[in-house]
Design a protein around this ligand. Structure first.
Ligand SMILES: Nc1ncnc2c1ncn2[C@@H]1O[C@H](COP(=O)(O)OP(=O)(O)OP(=O)(O)O)[C@@H](O)[C@H]1O
Ligand SMILES: [Mg+2]
Length: 377
């Protein structure tokens, strides 16, 4: 990978040198893959799930006899979309011309594939012509069985896996689970951010996936480790950044990965010999300026009660007991029933997250920039 102009990645994986920590998680994934154990990876949004998968896949790319297939199913709405997305991801890893790619192409001819190109990205788009629901149910198992027979080890990451719960077809887990039990060479990583949904899929004794995977959970990167990483990234390019400036950044972002990366990315772009608090404040203001339109848009999309609660949560940063009289009175939120309804709705819209185990639950605004912006008003 060539040296990036900015060491803080915000929209793509830049390589192992620019990837902070996650050593324990990386090793666990590598070890699960080596043992062909399936993994579920779940965490709040923007903490670095997808980046971790790309990192692990990058490390595995050096291994012969091992191929990694990444499938993002965020935009899929039904089994047919999922099937096409999987077929496309396989096609991307095994191009048509030779070896497995050649046999794959021969194989999927059965399904009359149409190949096109995404005009914006230049990436291939593949769609299979499957009209019969019965055939559709068989296609993913067939594709996976095909892969299984190629005498190489394959890892498939299904990112945003909770999306399957929104499909009209309710048997996706059963279809996958059945074929998974027959596969010898294919290992899965199921990745998702919606805690409740991922929990429902994997930890409910009534459902097909119960007990079938090893669970991996991401927390924010340890503060000291992130601190040292930031120092190093600046120093590599001979810029200086004082310890208290880094602490200021990490306080501002609560150490959440995306917000920290984004802030550092923009600060780095300023190319100051020595980064001061004033430089950081300037960058924060320009981020606010850029996001302001979105933030006001949120206000229009939420009811006044929801907006009001969002403000209260932002001011408190994290709330453990949103139904207490103290909290309700302090922010004039009406009644606990109103708070409950609004909170559920904010969680569903992913404006607020609920985190922690049952005894230690807390609620907070998801977007840390929005949280800081609301605190200023
Ligand atoms: N360990 C890391 N070191 C450096 N940058 C990272 C790290 N983890 C994540 N990032 C960066 O932080 C941003 C958010 O990470 P990523 O998109 O992987 O999060 P996510 O958990 O998949 O989020 P979402 O739930 O929204 O899909 C990305 O720009 C990514 O490049
Ligand atoms: Mg992701």
């Amino acid at each position: 990978m060539e040296k990036p102009t900015n060491p803080f990645g915000i929209n793509r994986y830049l390589g192992a040198e620019y990837f902070c920590d996650r050593e324990v998680e990386t090793n666990m994934l590598l070890s699960n893959i080596a043992q062909q154990k399936h993994t579920t990876l779940f965490a709040l949004r923007r903490l670095g799930k997808s980046a971790l998968i790309h990192h692990v896949f990058h490390l595995l790319s050096k291994k012969r006899n091992q191929k990694c297939i990444y499938v993002d199913i965020y935009a899929t709405q039904n089994l047919k979309d999922l099937t096409n997305q999987l077929a496309k991801s396989i096609y991307t890893i095994f191009p048509e011309k030779k070896g497995i790619g050649k046999s794959f192409w021969e194989y999927i001819k059965l399904f009359r594939p149409t190949l096109s190109v995404d005009e914006l990205t230049g990436a291939p788009e593949l769609s299979l012509d499957i009209a019969q629901p019965k055939q559709l149910e068989k296609t993913i198992p067939q594709l996976l069985t095909f892969l299984d027979q190629q005498n190489i080890k394959i890892v498939i990451a299904l990112d945003e896996f909770q999306q399957i719960l929104t499909y009209p077809e309710k048997n996706i887990e059963a279809i996958l689970r059945t074929v998974m039990q027959q596969l010898q060479n294919v290992t899965f990583i199921f990745c998702g951010s919606n805690q409740t949904m991922m929990h429902e899929i994997f930890n409910s004794a009534k459902r097909p996936f119960y007990g079938s995977c090893s669970n991996l959970h991401l927390e924010p990167i340890e503060r000291k480790v992130y601190h040292d990483f930031i120092t190093k990234m600046f120093l590599n390019d001979t810029y200086k950044i004082q310890d208290d400036a880094i602490e200021y950044i990490l306080d501002f972002t609560n150490g959440y990965t995306y917000y920290t990366q984004r802030l550092c990315h923009d600060i780095f772009e300023q190319k100051q010999k020595t980064v001061t608090r004033e430089n950081i404040n300037q960058v924060i203001l320009s981020i606010f300026y850029e996001m302001k339109g979105n933030f006001f848009q949120y206000r229009n999309l939420l009811t006044p009660t929801q907006w009001h609660l969002l403000n209260a949560l932002a001011l408190e940063e994290r709330v453990t007991q949103p139904y207490t009289r103290h909290f309700i009175h302090k922010y004039n939120l009406g009644s606990s029933a109103i708070v409950k309804r609004s909170l559920e709705s904010l969680i569903e819209k992913e404006m607020v997250y609920k985190n922690g185990d049952t005894e230690n639950v807390h609620y907070a605004v998801y977007d840390k920039f929005l949280m800081r912006w609301l605190q200023r008003k």
